[in-house]
Ligand binder design. Structure first.
Ligand code: MG
Length: 418
């Protein structure tokens, strides 16, 4: 059974043109030993904002954004949501069969939700920690592995009984820790780490950079280290708290870290029984901090917190004044309908990731590139699917941040690793 509306003649023509270009670029990249996401995926990306084909010459001409398809819905669904699969079916046209390649439970769930909609969906998931969590998948729709060798077997099984050249077959490929920074693949020359280490490193760096830029500027040196340490421990505490998946993203974590750090929030009581989404929380909290709490109330919280930290209260209050810039930014972005309200944080992640690309520390997974190549040769439509916000790859929505972009990371070359 086909799900989704028919592809237009123009859509098929664009697909064929793009497919030929990608196959040539992939072949050249494999031979060179380095490649960019743009060469692997052409314009076929769906990032977190659910606006396909951003910033490229060959747009997915027929694919509408989430906001166009569902004008009454607030926010956009994440991979873990059933609504995400609904969007894929509506946006990408007819899908008979789907193969999801990824590294997390979110990726696994994309396949599950597509199948619930009548698509013959399978998954290939490489993550040594995930198998137990999804052991309920008794029907073997998904192949799990603790290394990328599982890809070739999975692909061969998926292909059995499939009609060749099927444009209604789609391959959906996760980016982080799947295409780039592959989980479980040792870093050449640094065998004790796997390639996903530097994807996390970019996030850790962004969290420290936020503290340096917005909390610690103008502080005496002897306090800097102590406060940075406190900040990093707070971040670890927030990350370690068992949050629902819609809350678990890096910009929300960074904001929550600040709230806990300043004593504005108790993370454990916040998350127990809270039915809000992360977006609703950001909106409510930024409004409260700017418009509802009086200066005296804010100062009382900060003084109490400074006492807990063994800190001069003026230090924490001046830090808070600096951080208010961030809260205003979040509120302005929510009003402007920006999909990632804490976009300046994602820009810090972008900058860290760009530096890591330049240092040759972001690697591309040969097995996944070859799987994409295989899919394109079969005539399948192959898309990159990522919950990464545009800003983290150098395509921020906010005008002022765009000026800071020196390279769009879609086009950055990275060495191919076996
Ligand atoms: Mg991933």
């Amino acid at each position: 059974m086909s799900r989704g509306s028919e592809l237009s003649a123009e859509g098929i023509k664009l697909h064929e043109l793009e497919r030929a270009g990608r196959l040539a670029a992939i072949e050249a990249g494999l031979e060179r030993g380095h490649i960019s996401l743009a060469e692997i995926f052409g314009s076929s990306y769906i990032f977190r904002a659910l606006k396909p084909g951003i910033n490229h010459e060959f747009r997915l001409a027929s694919a509408p954004s989430y906001a166009q398809l569902y004008p009454d819905n607030r926010g956009v669904p994440r991979k873990v949501d059933a609504a995400y699969a609904d969007y894929l079916i509506s946006a990408l046209g007819p899908i008979d069969r789907a193969l999801v390649i990824g590294d997390t439970q979110s990726d696994f769930l994309v396949g599950e939700h597509l199948r619930a909609q009548g698509v013959e969906a399978h998954g290939i998931i490489v993550n040594p920690g995930i198998r137990a969590e999804v052991a309920a998948d008794k029907d073997r729709h998904t192949w799990f592995g603790d290394n990328w060798g599982v890809l070739s077997n999975g692909l061969a099984t998926f292909e059995e009984g499939a009609p060749p050249g099927a444009i209604n077959t789609v391959m959906l490929v996760d980016i982080d820790k799947t295409v780039i920074g592959p989980r479980t693949t040792p870093i050449p020359g640094e065998k004790e780490k796997d390639c996903s280490f530097y994807i996390d490193e970019a996030r850790r760096y962004a969290v420290s950079a936020l503290a340096r830029n917005r909390l610690l500027s103008g502080m005496p040196d002897e306090l800097n280290n102590q406060l940075l340490q406190e900040w990093i421990e707070t971040y670890a505490h927030v990350k370690g708290t068992n949050m629902s998946s819609s809350w678990d993203d890096e910009d929300t974590n960074a904001f929550l870290t600040a709230m806990v750090y300043f004593g504005m929030e108790n993370i454990d009581s916040l998350l127990s029984g809270n039915a809000e989404t992360a977006a609703e929380y950001l909106e409510r909290m930024s409004h409260r901090l700017i418009h509802e709490m009086s200066r005296d109330e804010l100062e009382a919280v900060l003084k109490r917190r400074a006492g807990e930290m063994g800190l001069d209260e003026d230090v924490l209050i001046s830090s808070w004044v600096e951080f208010q810039i961030v809260i205003r930014e979040i509120q302005d972005n929510i009003r402007a309908g920006i999909a990632t309200p804490f976009e300046s944080f994602r820009m810090l992640e972008y900058e860290a990731l760009r530096d890591l690309y330049e240092q040759g520390r972001i690697f591309t997974n040969r097995q996944v590139v070859e799987a994409v190549q295989y899919g394109l040769r079969q005539g399948w439509r192959v898309y990159a699917l990522s919950d990464k916000p545009d800003a983290a790859i150098g395509m921020p929505e906010v005008e002022g941040l765009r000026a800071q972009v020196t390279q769009n990371l879609i086009e950055a070359q990275s060495p191919i690793v076996d």
